[in-house]
Design a protein around this ligand. Structure first.
Ligand code: SF4
Length: 177
């Protein structure tokens, strides 16, 4: 995650290293994951700025997602030396095509990375649920899912109403990244 004043100055060096060694590098806008990373919008380097920094040194083609649910938009270098990706959860949320879900170590199915709760699968399993029961339960949870946190955050930021600590969220360390 690119954080202003911490690692934004390293972008050119990181990109050069990835190009020289045949790696694909992905940048992620600094996000308000959990409630303990002291996120403030001023520390977030937006995707447009990340790309501008890279383009000054290494011209890029137009970006595209590999598929609708992919978090990263990928950009090929014009000189053919590979590509980079940028995940812009803050400035260009992609909740509409989101297929993300996490299973926590204590058996909760969490349907959004910014959620404050999960569906208790462990409880069901301990009560003897069959595979069919679990499929039905998970399908039902997914169908009822209304998560669109990043879109709501952007709306709140644009209207000046966003408060980083206004929502309780599960810490990313519990979700598995
Ligand atoms: S905020 Fe939640 S719903 Fe939106 S893309 Fe991220 S995980 Fe998916």
């Amino acid at each position: 995650m690119i954080q202003r004043g911490v690692n934004d100055e390293d972008i050119p060096e990181l990109v050069a290293f990835a190009r020289e060694n045949g790696y694909q590098i992905r940048f992620i806008e600094y996000m308000d994951v959990g409630n303990s990373n002291n996120w403030v919008s001023d520390k977030m380097v937006p995707k447009g700025e990340i790309l501008e920094t890279i383009r000054r040194l290494f011209p890029l083609e137009e970006g595209a997602r590999k598929e609708d649910s992919a978090p990263s938009v990928d950009y090929r270098f014009r000189d053919g030396a590979g590509n980079i990706g940028v995940i812009a959860s803050i400035t260009e949320p992609f909740c509409e095509g989101c297929t993300r879900a996490r299973l926590t170590a204590d058996g909760k199915l969490v349907l959004c990375l910014f959620s404050d709760k999960g569906f208790d699968l462990k409880h069901l399993i301990r009560r003897g649920a069959t595979d069919a029961d679990l499929i039905e339960a998970i399908s039902g949870e997914w169908r009822a899912r209304r998560d669109r946190y990043s879109e709501e955050r952007l709306e709140a930021m644009n209207s000046g109403e966003y408060k980083p600590d206004s929502k309780k969220k599960i810490e990313m360390i519990s979700l598995g990244g």
